[in-house]
Design a protein around this ligand. Structure first.
Ligand code: ZN
Length: 257
């Protein structure tokens, strides 16, 4: 009998997890009311450059993310006035749990569970209603960090962790990464080759039907780069040079099959 009870409890937990994932997925991609995204800045190494940069942050630093997502949404026929709202939240001192690329399935599950608990805890004392999607942006001092760790966005738990540079000159490219991770939380997949970083054809091309095909003037947001030629792929300097392609629009349910 105890065995049956244990199995029943396990099945119940799995059912609740499946239901909450399904509910999150549907409620964030039905596009009939504004989706709220919160940005939570974190200073990477308690260093003065990152701290000063964060102290100087204001909501308008992130305005182009909201503008980009809303213009693209409306381009795909989303009818509401403000499909996405991006708001700046107060800085968070606790850092998210670290992730390693060589984690196995169970380590990944454990990490994603801890990340979700972290996200809930870290956004609790902000003094504002919690957003639906939480993006933690860890700012690194560019004089000490040449390359930042990989950013992630998880649909399960609606949370993202972005590694960014604490530098005025990098604000626009930071925002391209933030927009990319927001779209991951909505179910969009990467559209580049992880080995070569080449945009995948056709889904990772802003204008797949363009002739000649290269150079592409714009990048697809989930490809992250535009193809200049067969071997050169360039990171866009700002969201002005980025579009949401048709495959991504379908994944986040801006369009339906
Ligand atoms: Zn990605």
């Amino acid at each position: 009998m105890w065995r049956n009870i244990r199995i029943a409890i396990l099945l119940l937990i799995l059912a609740v997890a499946a239901w909450s994932h399904w509910y999150d997925k549907l409620s964030t991609t039905d596009w009939d009311e504004t989706l709220y995204v919160g940005i939570f800045p974190i200073d990477e190494a308690e260093n003065t450059v990152a701290r000063d940069y964060i102290a100087d942050l204001s909501a308008n630093r992130f305005a182009d993310i909201e503008e980009f997502l809303n213009e693209e949404a409306q381009g795909y026929g989303i009818g509401i006035a403000r499909p996405v709202s991006v708001e700046l939240y107060p800085p968070v001192t606790e850092r998210p749990p670290e992730h390693a690329a060589n984690y196995n399935v169970f380590q990944n599950m454990w990490w994603s569970l801890r990340l979700r608990m972290y996200a809930r805890r870290a956004s609790r004392d902000s003094g504002k209603p919690p957003p639906q999607i939480r993006i933690f942006v860890i700012y690194h001092d560019p004089t000490f960090t040449q390359a930042v760790p990989h950013s992630v966005g998880l649909q399960k738990g609606l949370v993202g962790v972005v590694h960014a540079f604490a530098s005025d000159g990098k604000t626009s490219t930071n925002n391209v990464v933030i927009a990319h991770e927001i779209l991951h939380t909505l179910g969009a997949s990467d559209k580049y080759d992880p080995e070569t970083l080449a945009p995948l054809y056709p889904a990772g091309y802003a204008e797949p039907d363009r002739s000649p095909r290269m150079p592409q003037p714009f990048a697809e947001i989930m490809a992250g780069r535009r193809a200049i030629d067969d071997h050169t792929f360039q990171i866009p300097e700002s969201l002005d040079r980025v579009v949401v392609g048709e495959a991504t629009a379908l994944e986040i349910r801006w369009t339906r099959e």
